[in-house]
Ligand binder design. Sequence first.
Ligand code: MSP
Length: 642
Amino acid sequence: MRGPPPKERGQRLAKSTWYLTTPIYYPSDRLHVGHAYTTVAADALARYHRLRGQSVWFVTGSDEHGQKIKRRADQQGVSAQDFVDDIVGQIKDPLWKRLAISYDDFIRTTQTRHHRVVQTFFQQLQERGDIYRGLYEGWYCLPCETFWTQTKVQSGNCPDCGRPVERVRQQSYFFRLSAYQDRMRQYILDHPDFIQPTTRRNEMLAFLDEGLEDLSISRTGLNWGIPVPGDPDHVIYVWFDALLNYLTAAGYASDAERFEAIWPPDLQLVGKEIVRFHAIIWPIMLMAQGLALPRQVFGHGWLLIGDTKMSKSRGNAVDPLDLIDRYGVDAVRYYLLREVPFGADGSYTEDALVLRTNVDLANDLGNLLHRTVAMMGRFADGSVTLPPTAGADRVLVRETERVGAAVARKMDEHNLSEALVAVGQLVRAANRQIEVAQPWNLAKAGQTDQLHTVLFDLAETLRVLSVLLTPFLVEAPTRLRVQLGLSTPVADWKETAFGQGPRTYSVQPGPPLFPRIEREREAPPAEASTPSTQAELVGLDLFRQLELAVATIVAAEPVAGADRLLKIVVDDGERTRTLVSGIRAQYAPETLIGKQVVVVKNLRPQKIRGILSEGMLLAASTGDALTLVAPEAAIAAGAKVK
Ligand code: MSP
C-alpha cells in the first residue's frame, strides 16, 4: 500500500540561498580534464552569483561506494576505505585547490552524515510503499554502475558506454519508478527550464515515452555500500545512495534551518551521460518524498579527444595538474570555459589551449593592459584624471554598458562560453579605440584633454574587464588591477558599471599579464614547387576549405631584426588577429592603417621571429613587384571572400 506523500516541503519563503551542485565523482582513479571541466564551470557560476550579492551554497564531492571501487581496491590489495581516502585527498588537494574551486561543502558518501540521510530516506519511502522487495533478473554495467533490462542491452553490451554487461539474478529492493512516469512527464512539460539545454530535455521526454520500469536499488554479495535498514545482506544501489548526496549537503534531516534556506537546488550541473539519473530518477525520488524538485538540471557536453570521450578507461585522459604546471591556472580555466559552447561536445587539444591563451589572453587582453599602462606612463606621467570637458557619449562607455549587460544575461542562462565571447568583444573594442584615437598623435599635437579622455576610458574599461573576468580567472584580475593602481579586490558585480572606478588612475607598470606561450613546433615540410598539371586541379570543395575574409588593418610595425617583415594586426570582424607578412619592402607600416585586405583565416598559426602569425594576407607579386589584394569597394570587416 502506498501512503500519501507528506505535504510539499522545501519551496518556502525561507529559501535564501543559491544552491549549486556538481556530480560527485567516482574516486576510482585520478580525475582528468573532463571532470575538471564540470567543476570549473560550476565554480565560475558560483563566483558570479556571489558577486551578484547572493548567498551561494556550492557543493561538490565524491561518490565512493559501489562494486567498481571495491574491485579496484581489491586489485590493489588495500581496503576500500583506504583506497578512496587516498584518491579523495588528492582530489581536494592538489586538484581542486590548484584549480581554485571555491566549493562550500565537499560531500563524501562514506561520511556518517550521508549514511544517516540515505537510510532515513530509504525507510521513509519503504513506509509509504514506494520501495518493495522482489527478484531482480537483468544486466548490470559495472563501469556505469547501471542496471539494464534485456530489451535495452545491445548484443550483450551497455547501451550507454558499449562495454559488456554482467548477468544479475538476485533478491532486490525496488523503487516504484513506474508509478511516477506520468507525473514526471507532466512536470517536464510544465517546467520548460527544468532540463537544459533543450536537446537534453527532448531526449528525456523520449526516454519517458518508452516507459519506466521499477528500479532495482539494492545489491547482495557486496559489502561496500550503505546497508538497507533492517536487512544488512543488501547494500543500497550506488546511484540511489549517490543522488541523495544533494539532500545530505543541504542539511536534510539534520539541520532544518539550513535546509529551509537552501532547498531546492537552483542548478545541478551534470555531464550529458548522467542527465537521465538527474532528470528522471532523482526528481521521482524527491516527488515520492514530497520534496521540491531542482529548478534546473543542465547537461553539458563531453570533452573529446578526436571523436571519443576523454576518459581514463580509454587511456586518453589528460591530467589537469600537468596543464596548470605548464600554462597556469587561468589559461586552463579560460580554455575550458571559452573554447567549447557550453552544452555541446567539443574537442580538447593542447594546441587550441595554447592558441586561446596566446590570442585572447596574451595578445588581446595582455597587450591592451600593456599598451594602456605604457601610454599613460609615456604621455601622462602615469596618472590620468577624466577631464571635465569629456562628453558623456563615448565609445567605450557605450561598449562597456552593452557588454556588461550581455555577460550578465549569458551568465544567468549559464552560457559561460558566450559570456566570454562578449568579454572578448570589449577587449577588442578597447584595442580598436587605441588605433582609432591614436593617443600618440594627440600627445604630439598637445591635445591633452582628448588624450586624457582616451587614456582614462581605457583604464576604466580595463577595470571593468577585471570585474567581468572575476568569475572565470582567479589570478589575472588582481594582477591587472595592481597595474591599474587598484589595491582592492573585486567585491560586487555592480562594479561592472562604467564610472565606478577611481577619479584618477595612477598606474604601476608590471610584468606581462599573460606571457606568450612559446612552443617548439615541428618545421613545416619544405614547399615543393612543381608546375601545375592536370592532376593538381582542385575541386570546389577544396577551395571552400579556405576561410578567406576581408579584414581591416588596425596596426602595423616592423619586426625587429627582419628587414622584410611587418607585424600587422587586423580586425577580421570577429576579433583582432596578428599576422607576420613579408611586405616591408613595399609598404611603410603607417600607410597600412585602415586599409582593407583579404586574409586567410584558417591557416595553421605559425611562429615567425617569435611572433605567432595567425593567418596570411593575400598579395599579388611578380618579380620584385608586390601589391596587396583588396576589395574593390569598402565592405564590412569579416565579409567572406569566395
Ligand atoms: N559518480 C557519478 C555521478 C554521481 S552524481 C550523484 C559519476 N561520476 S564520474 O566520475 O564518472 O563522472 C562525473 C562527471 O564527470 C560526469 O557527469 C561529467 O560531468 C564529468 N566528465 C567525465 N568525463 C568527461 C568528459 N570527457 N567531458 C566532460 N565531462 C566529463 O558519473
